[in-house]
Design a binder for this molecule. Structure first.
Ligand code: HEM
Length: 426
């Protein structure tokens, strides 16, 4: 087998399959061989070049002209005619948002829409995040057992995301179903029989986004990032277009909540798998901010991202032809010993933890990163204060098979409610 540049494909590169259990359970471990021996390789199963080392991935993020983000939201697995017809029947037309927009359109739009993400603006959301976190913990604190994903970590970031975007609270279960369908549609490999159901959910999500946007246009002075965009459209209609607003209305719900829900579930899993570290942050909450960075590095919620080579380039000495698609495995970069000393070690005092590439890097770096950090810190503060004696229950972890969005579908924890600090004080 040969890659598009004519070079032979190694046995391991030929076997690479990100929809398999190995990648799903532990992406950086699954590509360890590549990081060490063949850092950039062609995957015939995926039709992508796969890049695994820190410096190369950072250089790709840094040069968003040579490495276009335009394929970031493209279906990684093309769907069949039937699913495509279903999507078309809903008028599905997800197009450019920010994350998949090239220059020169991207930067003026990013700048126009940045204000609601400043630290001062984000501060307004903090009391709501805290109140929600407390309310949800109240619901299960006396039970001695909870699935943190189902009982809290999905809904709270979703509520915060809706609030941030300015979307009225909707049926949470339906939005959860839509979001997972969007993930599978974009980064998964649904079997032909699943594709049609996924297409219906994505089509419904698209129409839902359109209806919410129409409602918002009737009250553009209301608070919310989307309303802010609608107001900006009046000043700069060629920068903030209709197509952008509709696409972002849908993609924004996913970007703002699924990433953060998964990131917190991954962080809690990792911390509870290291009980001595968990005890340390319970005893000294000032360790939490760097612990959050280390969790995002060690076990982040975005495992890989995509770029398109717009001209012939070399990566790790390999000739990559123009038009090649790249899967840049950021979770592997985060475990690269060349950048992070003893990279597999989970060390909440690591001084360069925040160098991780989980939020991307450069011109497209995640705009919501500080909102996500704030939410994660608050969740950890509440858990460590109110349930310091919690531990992981026996369980197998499962993941929605896809290349990019990653977090356990369930996270069962248990504790002895008799030992709840709140009862001891009472
Ligand atoms: C872009 C990850 C939370 C809004 C991105 C990118 C990644 C990412 C990998 C692409 C970066 C690049 O191409 O260089 C994450 C993770 C999150 C998170 C891991 C949580 C832990 C959020 C939240 C929001 C948000 C809460 C909104 C409230 C955005 C936007 C972009 C983006 C608007 C596009 C920026 C641009 O292209 O200029 N995010 N994200 N994200 N994210 Fe996030």
């Amino acid at each position: 087998q040969a890659a598009p540049n004519g070079c032979p494909v190694s046995h391991r590169a030929a076997a690479f399959d990100p929809f398999e259990e190995g990648y799903q359970q532990d992406p950086p471990d699954y590509v360890r061989w590549a990081r060490e021996q063949e850092p950039t390789f062609y995957s015939p199963k995926l039709g992508y070049w796969v890049v695994t080392r820190y410096e190369s991935i950072k250089a790709i993020f840094r040069d968003h002209h040579t490495f276009s983000p335009s394929i970031a939201l493209e279906k990684i697995t093309p769907t069949g005619d039937e699913a495509n017809a279903v999507l078309a029947s809903y008028g599905f037309a997800l197009n450019r948002t920010l994350v998949n927009e090239d220059e020169p359109a991207h930067m003026p739009r990013r700048r126009a829409l940045m204000d609601p993400f400043t630290p001062d603006e984000l501060k307004h959301h903090e009391p709501m995040v805290r109140a929600l976190a407390r309310e949800y913990v109240d619901r299960f604190i006396d039970d001695g057992r909870a699935d943190l994903v189902d009982q809290m970590l999905w809904e709270v970031p979703l509520t915060v995301a809706l609030h941030f975007l300015g979307v009225p609270e909707e049926d949470m279960d339906t939005l959860r179903e839509y979001s997972i369908a969007h993930t599978v549609n974009t980064w998964g490999r649904p079997k032909p029989e699943e594709q049609v159901a996924v297409a219906h959910a994505v089509g419904n999500f698209w129409q839902f986004a359109g209806k919410v946007l129409d409602k918002m246009r009737q009250d553009p002075e209301a608070p919310g990032w989307m309303q802010y965009g609608i107001r900006k459209q009046r000043e700069q209609p060629e920068v903030v277009t209709d197509s952008y607003l509709h696409s972002m209305m849908m993609a924004g719900i996913v970007a703002a909540h699924e990433t953060t829900a998964n990131a917190t579930a991954n962080a809690m899993k990792l911390l509870l798998q290291h009980p001595s570290v968990w005890r340390e942050i319970c005893e000294d909450p000032s360790l939490i901010p760097n612990a959050v960075e280390e969790c995002l590095r060690h076990n982040g919620s975005v495992a890989a991202w995509r770029r398109l080579a717009t001209k012939d380039v070399q990566i790790d000495g390999i000739e990559i032809p123009a038009g090649s698609k790249l899967l840049i495995v950021t979770s592997s970069a985060n475990h690269d010993d060349r950048h992070f000393a003893d990279a597999d070690l989970f060390d909440i005092r690591r001084d360069n933890a925040s160098d991780h590439l989980t939020f991307g890097y450069g011109a497209h770096q995640c705009m919501g990163k500080n909102l996500a950090r704030m939410e994660m810190q608050i969740f950890l503060e509440e858990f460590t204060r109110r349930l310091p004696h919690m531990r992981l229950a026996e369980q197998q972890f499962s993941y929605v098979p896809n290349t990019s969005f990653r977090g356990p579908e369930h996270l069962w924890v248990e504790w002895d409610p008799q030992r709840n600090p709140e009862r001891m004080c009472a």
